[in-house]
Ligand binder design. Structure first.
Ligand code: R5P
Length: 312
C-alpha cells in the first residue's frame, strides 16, 4: 500500500487509539467527532486523507448505537475525502451476540451491522475475538480477526498456578477454551449453560475433572457477569481450589462490576478493547493492553504482510 498510514479514533476508545499510534510512532489523526444540538452525530476530519491508508479505531461499545453511527459517518467522511483505503478497526464488535435468530420474528443484527459498515465504505475490517467466528463471513470484504488469547495465556502462565484446568463456561466456547488450554498446558472442563431468560445464566451440567485444581474460566466477553459468577460457584461446589477468569471484552453491563467484585473469583483478566472505569481494579479486574498487537496488525496490513505470526 503506497498511501501514507493514518490512524483516527471515534469517541469509543480514544485511549486505546492513542496507545496504538504511540506503538506505531505516529500521531493520532485529527478529527472532530461530536454532536449537533439536535443530537445528530457531527464529524469533521481535519487532516488531508487524499490517497492515504486510513484506519479508524472504534469499538462499538456502550452507547453502542451512538458509537456505531460515529464509525459509519467517519468511514463515509474518509471515502468522500478520497482516502485510498479505509479499514474499520473494531476491537470490540457490538451486536455480535445477535448473530442468529433464536426464535421467529427476530433480526440478525450482527449481519445488518456488517452490511452497514460495508455500505458506509469500509474496504477492510480488523477486529478481535468476534463472539462467533461466523461473523467474519457476514462481511464481503477482508476481515482480519485477532485473538487476545496469546496475551491472556501469557499472563496466566506467568502466575504459575498449581494444577490448572481451563473451563469453557458454555458449549459455544469450547474451541476457544481448548486453544487456551493448549497454550498453558492445562486440563479442560466444559460447562453446559442455559439462559432461562435473556441476560440470566444457569449452570446445567459440567464435564471434566476440577476437584483440587485451579480453574481458569475463558470467555469472549463479560456482559452482566452472570455466566462467570455462576460458573465460579459451580466450580467451587465441585471442589476447585480457586477460580480465575479471562475474557477479551469487558462489557460490564449494569451492575456487573459489583457482582464480580462480590464473587468468589480471585482475579478477572480482561483486555482494553473497551475502556474501563477505575472501579474495575476494586473488583479485582486486571486489564491487559491489546494496543501493541493492534499496532503490529495495522503495520502489517499497511505493508501487505502476513498476519499469521500474530496468532502464535
Ligand atoms: C455467551 O455466549 C458469551 O460467550 C458469554 O458467556 C456471555 O456473553 C457472557 O454474558 P453474561 O456476562 O451476561 O453472562
Amino acid at each position: 500500500m503506497d498511501g501514507r498510514l493514518l490512524v483516527f479514533s471515534g469517541n469509543a476508545n480514544p485511549a486505546l487509539a492513542k496507545e496504538i499510534t504511540a506503538c506505531l510512532r505516529i500521531s493520532l489523526g485529527r478529527a472532530m467527532v461530536g454532536t449537533f444540538k439536535n443530537s445528530e452525530t457531527r464529524i469533521k476530519i481535519h487532516d488531508n486523507v487524499r490517497g492515504c491508508d486510513v484506519f479508524v479505531v472504534q469499538s462499538t461499545s456502550t452507547p453502542v448505537d451512538h458509537h456505531l453511527m460515529e464509525l459509519l459517518l467517519m468511514i463515509d467522511a474518509f471515502r468522500r475525502a478520497s482516502a485510498a483505503r479505509v479499514t474499520a478497526v473494531i476491537p470490540y464488535y457490538g451486536y455480535a451476540k445477535q448473530e442468529k435468530k433464536t426464535s421467529g420474528r427476530e433480526p440478525i443484527s450482527a449481519k445488518l451491522v456488517a452490511n452497514l459498515i460495508r455500505t458506509a465504505g469500509a474496504d477492510r475490517v480488523l477486529s478481535m475475538d468476534l463472539h462467533a467466528p461466523a461473523i467474519e463471513g457476514f462481511f464481503d470484504i477482508p476481515v482480519d480477526h485477532l485473538q487476545a488469547s496469546p496475551l491472556l495465556a501469557d499472563y496466566i502462565r506467568d502466575l504459575n498456578l498449581p494444577d490448572p484446568v481451563v473451563v469453557s463456561p458454555d458449549a459455544g466456547g469450547v474451541g476457544r477454551a481448548n486453544r487456551f488450554r493448549e497454550r498453558i498446558g492445562a486440563g479442560l472442563a466444559i460447562i453446559a449453560k442455559q439462559r432461562p431468560e435473556p441476560d440470566t445464566a444457569e449452570v446445567v451440567e459440567m464435564v471434566g475433572e476440577v476437584a483440587g485444581k485451579t480453574a481458569i474460566i475463558v470467555d469472549d466477553m463479560i456482559s452482566t457477569g452472570g455466566t462467570l459468577v455462576e460458573a465460579a460457584h459451580a466450580l467451587l461446589d465441585r471442589g476447585a481450589r480457586k477460580v480465575y477468569a479471562c475474557a477479551t471484552h469487558g462489557v460490564f453491563a449494569a451492575e456487573a462490576l459489583d457482582i464480580i467484585g462480590q464473587s468468589e473469583l480471585v482475579e478477572t483478566i480482561i483486555t482494553n478493547t473497551i475502556p474501563q472505569p477505575n472501579t474495575a481494579t476494586a473488583a479485582r479486574v486486571r486489564t491487559i493492553s491489546v494496543a501493541p498487537l493492534f499496532a503490529e496488525a495495522i503495520m502489517r496490513i499497511h505493508k501487505d504482510l502476513s498476519l499469521s505470526a500474530l496468532f502464535s
